[in-house]
Design a protein around this ligand. Structure first.
Ligand SMILES: Nc1nc2c(c(=O)[nH]1)N[C@H]1C(S)=C(S)[C@@H](COP(=O)(O)O)O[C@H]1N2
Ligand SMILES: [Mo]
Length: 526
């Protein structure tokens, strides 16, 4: 009896493993065919993208809070785990009650295909990879489970408990294991192949690497000598591209060849415009520093960076397009369907350096920062202004159109709030008593910062020394010497902007239009 039971549990494990392997093979061939057809049609990317778009705002915040910029890896891992669990269930079901497992596999394929069809960046064949994945999984499952149930596991004759299993049955198990192993190997090779092939959409990376941007007609003045305080642990005043925060809804970074890129300016305009890459870079480009920040940046958070951008003022293009008098918004659209609503006046204002950017810190935009063209609008959070891979500007009205995040509970307008952050010392860091320094950054792009004050415990607010700001469009570093005494101390800071307004102590979360409150935390001095 014991042997029969053992054989039954063992076959249960085999069935679950067979399900998992069938799913691996299906997913592998699905991803591989997607890589060959179009990266955006990857079943994983389509489902992940749909989940991102459907996620309520709190889910987005939690994902960013838990995983930071690894939120996409976490999401894909989550999808893989769920798929694996469903696959194991499908394996068990197919062994017990065929063709239930096959039906589950087919259903997975159909769901994937349906989701892929709804993606805005879907090509005409976007449904195919998911169906290939589902069909492969179904066929593999059927074949493997047939081998597994070729012989009844529960023998009706009363065989002695320790009798060896029948030869033919053992043969079937061996065959099952061999085929399962083979399918797993092919699945892994397919996944590997998909990674390599989709990497060959590195074609665009190669195009970017070979690209030479024109020199600016209007160069940025050099960074003032006193702008970088060079304090270890303090954020660099100019953020290098590879450490610049990245936030977007794109699971697969859009691959846009500049030769195929064009921008349409349309909607409530008297003169619709189409601009190609060659036309854009032939215009007199301007260079300047601007600080970009995310509305999801918590007080003290790091979803902010400052870069040297190269671009062309959007106001010049809008002047050519001639917006109608009653238009008040520009809905910018990315090639992957993301949209942002920017007040028209922020883009036409001669005082605001709103640009179509092509360069970042002396290079073409990195792919994940919007290559070949993105928007940058100093003073507005990224979600209402900084559209990456931008291909369309629709002049419209706030009461006629809403943007991606507005549809998900965020404010339709997002001016950047006055903020300051302590970088040195770190929260919770242990310090030795004596002379040290408190340092950080403060910002309200397009307005500018005039003062930063620091308070230790309940002591007086002390004015920090501001570094030289690069411009009112950038953040500014600050520092204050501190004679640290033994014990636990709470540090806090607050900024005052160029208009004389002091940063509010009122605590607000990031939804719907950006966090407020003072950055404060304890440090232990020994
Ligand atoms: N196409 C596209 N552009 C986008 C987004 C996006 O999801 N898709 N996110 C916006 C948000 S919320 C921010 S904060 C900035 C971030 O730009 P970065 O990733 O270059 O730092 O991009 C903006 N542009
Ligand atoms: Mo953002």
């Amino acid at each position: 009896m014991a042997t029969t039971d053992r054989a039954r549990t063992r076959d249960g494990w085999f069935a679950a493993a067979g399900g998992a392997v069938a799913a691996l093979l299906g997913a592998g061939l699905g991803e591989l065919s997607a890589a060959l057809i179009a990266p955006a049609s990857s079943p994983f990317a389509a489902i992940g993208g749909a989940l991102i778009d459907a996620a309520p705002p709190w889910a987005k915040d939690t994902a960013i809070a838990w995983f930071g910029t690894a939120d996409k890896v976490a999401l894909l891992t989550g999808i893989a785990i769920v798929l694996l669990a469903v696959a194991c269930v499908a394996g068990l079901a197919e062994r017990r009650r065929p063709p239930v497992g096959v039906a589950i596999a087919v259903a997975l394929g159909i769901v994937g295909a349906a989701v892929a069809l709804t993606r805005t960046d879907a090509g005409p064949l976007s449904w195919l990879p998911s169906l290939i994945a589902g069909a492969t999984m179904a066929l593999t499952l059927r074949m493997l489970m047939r081998m597994l149930s070729a012989q009844p596991t529960v023998r009706t004759d009363a065989a002695p408990a320790d009798a060896p299993l029948d030869r033919p049955q053992e043969m079937d198990r061996r065959r099952f294991l061999a085929w399962t192993g083979g399918a797993a190997a092919i699945g892994l090779v397919a996944v590997l192949g998909a990674t390599i092939v989709s990497g060959s959409s590195r074609a665009v990376a190669a195009i970017r690497a070979a690209l030479r941007l024109p020199s600016p007609a209007v160069a940025a003045p050099p960074v003032p000598g006193g702008a970088e305080l060079n304090i270890p642990g303090l954020a660099d005043v100019v953020t290098p591209n590879d450490s610049f925060y990245r936030i977007d809804t794109a699971l697969v970074v859009p691959q846009v060849d500049p030769a195929d890129w064009s921008l349409r300016i349309r909607g409530m305009v008297q003169n619709e415009i189409t601009l190609t890459w060659d036309e854009l870079v032939a215009l007199p480009l301007e260079e300047g520093y601007a600080t970009l920040s995310c509305v999801s940046n918590e007080v003290g958070g790091t979803l902010i960076g400052n870069a040297l951008w190269l671009g062309y003022p959007i106001r010049e293009l809008l002047a050519r397009a001639r917006p109608m008098a009653d238009a008040d918004m520009v809905l910018s659209r990315s090639i992957d369907g993301f949209t942002a609503s920017t007040p028209l006046e922020a883009l036409t204002d001669p005082e605001r350096w709103s640009i179509l950017a092509v360069g970042m810190n002396g290079e073409p935009l990195p792919l994940e920062h919007g290559f070949p063209v993105r928007m940058v609008v100093p003073g507005l959070y990224g979600y209402v202004s900084a559209t990456k891979w931008v291909v369309d500007l629709e002049v419209t009205r706030f009461d006629r159109a809403t943007a991606y995040w507005t549809d998900r509970g965020w404010s339709e307008r997002g001016p950047v709030k006055l903020q300051s952050r302590i970088d040195v010392p770190r929260p919770g860091q242990g310090l030795s008593a004596g002379d040290t320094v408190i340092a950080g950054v403060a910002w309200q792009p397009h307005v500018g910062v005039s003062r930063v004050e620091v308070q230790v415990d309940d002591g007086p607010w002390e004015e920090a020394t501001l570094a030289t700001a690069i411009s009112y469009d950038t953040w500014v570093q600050w520092s204050l010497p501190w004679r640290a005494t033994t014990g636990r101390h709470v540090l806090r800071c607050r900024a005052t902007n160029a208009l004389g307004e002091t940063q509010t102590s009122d605590v607000a979360g990031v939804v719907p239009d950006g966090a407020t409150g003072w950055h404060e935390f304890p440090v232990d001095v020994f």
